[in-house]
Design a protein around this ligand. Structure first.
Ligand SMILES: *[C@@H]1O[C@H](CO)[C@@H](O)[C@H](O)[C@H]1NC(C)=O
Ligand SMILES: *[C@@H]1O[C@H](CO)[C@@H](O)[C@H](O)[C@H]1NC(C)=O
Ligand SMILES: *[C@@H]1O[C@H](CO)[C@@H](O)[C@H](O)[C@H]1NC(C)=O
Ligand SMILES: *[C@@H]1O[C@H](CO)[C@@H](O)[C@H](O)[C@H]1NC(C)=O
Length: 864
């Protein structure tokens, strides 16, 4: 399908032939099917049946529920229920889908109510297939499972009535009566997690539609029954509560009414809650122990607990009487489930409007946000949002969080689960506790990890705060104090009270930088869209702001863009073009002509402010190493930043690295300082440091900086603090994430090169990046670590932060399952340190296709 699409396009505009051809080749090379993102229909309820252990009657509950839904005398509509058993072991002697099919057929006869029912088993391991249908099954080439294609049907019909319908299906079956992971291993019938989830999604989508009847909201119902307990492994070994997590269906928990069952039921319930599942009801069998009372008390009556009559143990009992006896319980259960579904739908539908009424969104012109464009994020799983959408139907669909939720996100689905559990633990152990002059484990572990990681080789103190902006303000306070104590004659001046307020300490910073939204942090940035009188009337801009040289890729080549002041006849072409990105970071550039130009420019500027000639003094250098984020994802020439640091060292001006955005593998190394091959005196970290799960920021400092606050009076201490300083949950999350991201066992993208330096593997496909950089609509591309950014060719009002030029492209990308927010005409994709390169490649392929469309539309509107 993709191929024909591309070929068709080629006929339309010949001048792009070469791009299309090569993208096509790349697509083949990557064997990348045009990806359909996971989409779940909400036009009818879908529930997952969990259990706290095996053999507690999940299938009886599914059966009772199905009979209650399908076999009610009053029903006049064409109801249809789809029952899925994704994983069945002990097959063919055990088959829950067959049990349900047979019982429902019998019940419809017994109750004299019509029912059309079918049963099928789709795939099984070879041993299971052999013992089930020795002569007819087909072994598929691509998978280890055989296509069984088994199907049977039963009809109880009645003249002149619409007939309700049951579709009962097993997706994968193994012969051993074992946990699926063991059965799969022993029978050579492996199935990956993605495959199971995709198959479930597809069967749910197709299962209810087959027969062509468009059903009303409550005329369809899907039930997905798990195997064993909540945390029983699936075929790959992944726990089922993790395996089905991308789908996040609401659930019913079949609990345990036996002795010891309270504990098991609560544990199962908590495992589900801790993974972000909703549980609408708990069902237990009556064993005469009244387990429901302590369960309801634990749940504060917020989740109903239903009790089923004792289940007959005699295998010859056909359970018909038991189902009759349980009818009321199953009717209540069904009503609870339908009601919960309707309530959820109402919430989902109303949320955009209610949000538009009460929220004041940051960086948002509310006039541009009609409530229909508000995205309802139902949940997150790893890098993806699950977004509620109403197109022609109501669905939940996955969108890749390409802005990494304002650059904070990093975890894949596994780390997300780990962090959720650790957060629960930390909250339960500490809540929040007082920090000054105290110590607790998470804070200490976090501080030591920081000093042994991003602060290694230079920092010896960790100061905790709660967000990047405040970490910057603390850094400024630290730097200025250090500056004052380094310039002793200054102190003399300060003793003269009248002079104290006359001396203005400024920062040395770069144009296009951004260090946070608080008033002090804003003083450290050059005038920008954020600093105008309307935005920030107190802004004065206390800095010397230099125009930095930047580097980017265009037409497949890394190129340097120099501000006019550096134009010189001495520069040759090889000074401003690079054969590879690595070349830009080479230390031997320090000896180049350009280094000389940078250095003399900088020392000339600095000399204007050094000494005590003026009231204005440069008291700190503050830079975002390598990439300026909010300023438009500009890559500053690392040579220039290194020269800046060197010059400031020379003048004893403290150096601050703002690594709030760049830190923790964003740029492919743990701290971006590594890319500059130099260290700061003070550095700020936040955002992805905690895996994006909770806010926390730190300011790291050298001993020398710390020492400038030591004295005989409290008044020389750093008098600054935050209510949530060294928050136990934040420190716990940071400690886990820091370790996780850099451990090759948990982050497969980490490589240890010969130099023993740990690096992140290249995540963005080099060829695709080159092609995008050669696209006529693209003026520059920057890729580094988890970041891919491009600037759209735009002029006049289409350029800059206020530009809406990119919005149509972004809309198209959202249709493709990519959620992005632009910085004016700059678009970026940001993945996590653990994101698989395949996912990144898919995003780039989608982007390229949409760029083609976008360019075409812009061209047509220009002609008209
Ligand atoms: C996120 O979505 C992509 C498709 O866009 C999919 O390949 C990936 O497996 C999803 N990740 C998770 C954790 O569900
Ligand atoms: C950062 O923290 C400060 C102080 O706690 C607060 O005033 C500010 O709003 C926070 N900023 C952000 C972006 O969260
Ligand atoms: C202190 O201030 C006074 C004016 O108030 C000025 O005359 C004097 O020179 C200052 N001393 C120093 C050391 O600058
Ligand atoms: C990167 O990590 C992801 C998940 O951690 C993994 O699937 C992928 O294979 C890794 N990439 C490489 C090239 O090892």
């Amino acid at each position: 399908m993709l191929l024909s699409l591309l070929l068709r396009r080629r006929r339309h505009h010949h001048h792009h032939q070469h791009h299309l051809l090569s993208v096509r080749l790349l697509l083949l090379h990557h064997q990348c099917k045009p990806l359909s993102t996971l989409t779940i229909s909400l036009s009818h309820p879908t529930y997952i049946i969990w259990s706290s252990n095996t053999s507690l009657g999940k299938t009886l509950v599914s059966t009772g529920l199905s009979s209650s839904f399908l076999l009610s005398p009053s029903s006049s509509n064409a109801k249809k229920l789809l029952y899925l058993k994704p994983l069945q072991t002990g097959f063919p002697s055990d088959s829950d889908s067959r049990f349900l099919f047979q019982k429902l057929s019998s019940l419809s006869l017994r109750r004299n109510l019509p029912l059309l029912s079918s049963h099928s088993v789709l795939l099984s391991s070879l041993p299971a297939a052999k013992s089930f249908k020795p002569n007819e099954f087909s072994v598929t080439e691509s998978q280890e499972m055989c296509e069984l294609g088994f199907y049977e049907e039963s009809k109880v019909l009645e003249e002149g009535r619409v007939v309700p319908e049951l579709v009962s299906e097993t997706l994968y079956a193994w012969e051993g009566a074992l946990s699926p992971h063991l059965a799969a291993e022993r029978e050579g019938g492996a199935v990956g997690d993605c495959e199971v989830v995709k198959k479930v999604e597809r069967r749910l989508r197709e299962g209810l539609l087959e027969g062509g009847v468009e059903r009303g909201r409550l005329d369809g119902f899907c039930v997905l029954e798990t195997a064993g307990g909540v945390a029983s492994p699936g075929p790959s070994g992944t726990l089922q509560c993790d395996l089905y997590r991308p789908l996040r269906f609401p659930g019913v928990l079949v609990g345990d009414g036996r002795l010891g069952g309270i504990s098991g039921t609560i544990s199962a319930y908590e495992s589900l809650k801790l993974r972000g599942y909703d549980v609408v009801a708990i069902v237990i069998e009556d064993h005469g122990l009244v387990n429901e009372t302590p369960l309801m008390s634990y749940l504060h009556n917020r989740v109903p607990v239903l009790v089923l009559p004792p289940i007959p143990q005699d295998p010859s009992n056909n359970l018909m009487e038991w189902f009759d006896e349980s009818r009321n319980v199953f009717n209540s259960l069904k009503d609870i489930m339908l009601e919960a579904y309707l309530e959820r739908m109402q919430r989902l539908n109303e949320m955009p409007r209610r949000a538009g009424d009460v929220f004041w969104w940051p960086f948002t012109q509310h006039k541009f946000v009609p409530s229909c464009t508000v995205a309802v994020i139902d949940s997150r799983c790893g890098e993806n949002f699950s977004v509620y959408k109403v197109q022609n139907k109501e669905v939940i669909t996955q969108q890749f969080d390409a802005c990494a939720s304002w650059w904070t996100q990093g975890p894949d689905a596994t780390l997300q689960t780990e962090l959720a559990r650790d957060m629960g633990y930390a909250a339960a152990r500490f809540g929040h506790v007082m920090f000054p002059e105290n110590v607790y484990e998470p804070a200490l572990e976090c501080a030591e990890l920081l000093l042994d990681g991003v602060g290694k080789g230079w920092a010896s103190r960790v100061y905790f705060s709660d967000n990047g902006s405040t970490a910057i303000e603390i850094a400024l306070k630290m730097a200025f104090r250090k500056f004052i104590s380094d310039h002793g004659n200054f102190l003399e001046l300060l003793k003269n009270n009248s002079a104290e307020r006359c001396i203005e300490l400024m920062v040395l910073a770069l144009k296009g930088s951004y260090h946070g939204d608080t008033l002090g942090a804003m003083e450290a940035q050059a005038p920008s869209s954020y600093t105008g009188f309307l935005q920030q009337p107190w802004y004065t801009g206390r800095g010397l702001f230099l125009d930095p040289p930047t580097v980017f890729m265009n037409n497949g080549k890394w190129t340097l863009s120099l501000p006019e002041v550096f134009y010189s006849e001495m520069l040759k072409l090889e000074d401003i073009t690079f054969r590879s990105r690595d070349e830009i970071f080479l230390k031997n550039r320090d000896k180049s002509t350009l280094a000389g130009l940078y250095s003399s420019y900088l020392s000339q500027h600095l000399s204007q402010y050094s000494g005590l000639s003026g009231i204005k003094q440069i008291g700190a250098l503050i830079i975002e190493p390598v990439i300026q984020g909010a300023g438009g994802m500009h890559m500053v020439d690392p040579l220039f930043q290194r020269m800046l640091v060197n010059e400031c060292r020379h003048c004893r001006i403290p150096v601050i690295f703002d690594e709030v955005f760049t830190g923790f593998w964003r740029l492919g190394v743990e701290a971006a300082a590594e890319l500059l091959s130099c260290v700061p005196d003070i550095a700020c970290f936040a955002k992805v440091m905690t895996g994006g799960i909770i806010p926390l920021a730190v300011t790291l400092a050298t001993d020398a900086v710390f020492d400038s606050f030591i004295g005989d009076s409290k008044l020389t201490a750093l008098l600054h603090g935050h209510s949530y300083t060294a928050h136990a949950m934040g420190c716990t999350a940071a400690a886990k994430s820091i370790k996780w991201f850099k451990d090759p066992m948990t982050n497969l993208n980490i490589t240890s090169e010969k130099s023993q330096k740990m690096l992140l593997r290249e995540l963005w496909d080099a060829e695709l990046v080159q092609q995008i950089s050669s696209h006529p609509s693209v003026s520059r591309v920057v890729t580094l670590g988890t970041l891919f950014a491009l600037e759209l060719q735009a002029d006049g009002s289409n350029a800059g932060y206020a530009s809406l030029y990119a919005s149509s492209l972004l809309e198209m990308l959202r249709e493709d399952g990519i959620y992005t927010r632009p910085l004016g005409n700059v678009i970026y994709f940001m993945c996590g340190p653990c994101t698989s390169p395949q996912i990144c490649t898919q995003q780039l392929i989608k982007l390229y296709r949409r760029l083609e469309e976008f360019t075409q539309v812009k061209r047509e509107t220009k002609i008209n």
